[in-house]
Design a protein around this ligand. Structure first.
Ligand code: ACO
Length: 326
């Protein structure tokens, strides 16, 4: 198997900022509650006409430019999302067409907020095996379109955005060193979009009951997240033959500052080794990690050879961690 690494990153965030102060006008909440319970100050919200592919395409273009790779060289596109443009066709196919990448394999992957780690792992296998040379992996969400703006327990948490990476074969010892993915379907009902699929097709009743919006048991998801973030990171590190002392940088899923702090503590890391942008963007599900990775790289926080852990949890329930040598 060939070693596989990230050779370029890119991201795209909608311009519109929604502040906690604005949310105070919409639901019974306060800036103080949101900041202290979650760490979020503001989030980006796409306009009414913007769908997932509209954010995914510029993020992908920036990643390709950073990698010095032309769109034509891409032979695999995976889009991780729970807010695709349509249930079908896959958003990856729409991205492929708009980037002018004729013929490349393209599919979407649904693993909640762990989607990017799952997609990274899946794409890496195709390159490691020699089936493909260049993969584009995108995490994108327009969660604002599936939020119940009357539900204060969820509407304060989420935001919109896209992040992308380009994967290629790299030198031995570089790139993806460890990967650990897991799922527990027993927790499926804890975080779900109940209607719009084949279980509860769209009908006037499902619309009236708000079943096309995010339904979440926050406290249960919180407990699960705290447990699994540290565990998954340690499993991926073990697979890479590394210990927690070897970690130079942690990029955790950006859902809640208290969850990030618990993972940081479990791994014995100091605060400067952990990337946080949820204060500015909230939880962007599949997009959180690739956007954070792109920002950390562009800010010069990642040095060649750094051992980086990416770790996420999400709907499914799912979890995943990846260890990279940058
Ligand atoms: N403003 C003010 N009060 C609120 C708000 C709000 N926005 N939301 C909830 N409350 C109230 C509740 O009603 C409750 O009041 P009560 O005690 O009178 O009943 C009180 O605050 C405490 O509520 P809890 O839900 O127990 O608060 P908690 O500390 O657990 O925080 C939170 C809630 C932030 C949702 C937390 O549980 C959490 O972050 N969970 C994880 C969620 C998550 O990460 N989801 C994404 C998973 S990834 C994916 O795939 C999308």
């Amino acid at each position: 198997l060939r070693p596989v690494g990230i050779v370029g990153t890119g991201s795209c965030l909608p311009e519109r900022i929604l502040t906690n102060a604005e949310l105070e006008q919409m639901v019974d909440t306060s800036d103080e509650w949101i900041r202290t319970r979650t760490g979020i100050r503001e989030r980006r919200i796409a306009d009414g006409n913007t769908a997932a592919s509209d954010l995914a395409v510029p993020a992908a273009e920036r990643a390709l430019e950073a990698a010095g790779v032309t769109a034509k060289a891409v032979d695999l596109i995976i889009v991780a999302t729970v807010t695709p443009d349509n249930l079908f066709p896959a958003t990856a196919c729409l991205v492929q067409e708009r980037l002018g990448i004729k013929g490349a394999a393209a599919f979407d992957l649904s693993a909640g907020c762990s989607g990017f780690i799952y997609a990274l792992g899946a794409a890496a296998q195709f390159i490691a095996s020699g089936i493909y040379e260049t993969a584009l992996v995108i995490g994108v969400e327009v969660l604002s379109k599936i939020i119940n703006w009357q539900d204060r327990s969820t509407c304060v948490l989420f935001g919109d955005g896209a992040g992308a990476v380009v994967l290629k074969a790299v030198n031995p010892g570089e790139g993806l060193l460890g990967l650990y993915l897991g799922a527990d379907g027993g927790g499926a009902s804890l975080l779900t979009l109940p209607a719009g699929g084949s279980r509860l097709p769209a009908s006037p009743t499902t619309v009236a009951e708000g079943l096309h919006t995010i339904h979440m048991n926050g406290p249960e998801v919180f407990k699960f997240a705290v447990r699994v973030m540290g565990e998954a990171s340690l499993k991926a590190l073990a697979q890479a033959g590394l210990k927690k002392e070897d970690v130079d940088f942690l990029i955790p899923h950006q859902a809640n500052m208290r969850i990030i702090e618990a993972a940081t503590k479990r791994l014995g890391l100091s605060r400067e080794k952990v990337y946080v942008n949820l204060d500015r963007y909230g939880n962007m599900s599949s997009a959180s990690i690739p956007v954070a990775l792109d920002e950390a790289y562009r800010e010069g926080r990642l040095k060649p050879g750094d051992k980086i852990v990416l770790v996420a949890f999400g709907a499914g329930l799912t979890w995943g961690a990846a260890v990279l040598s940058w």
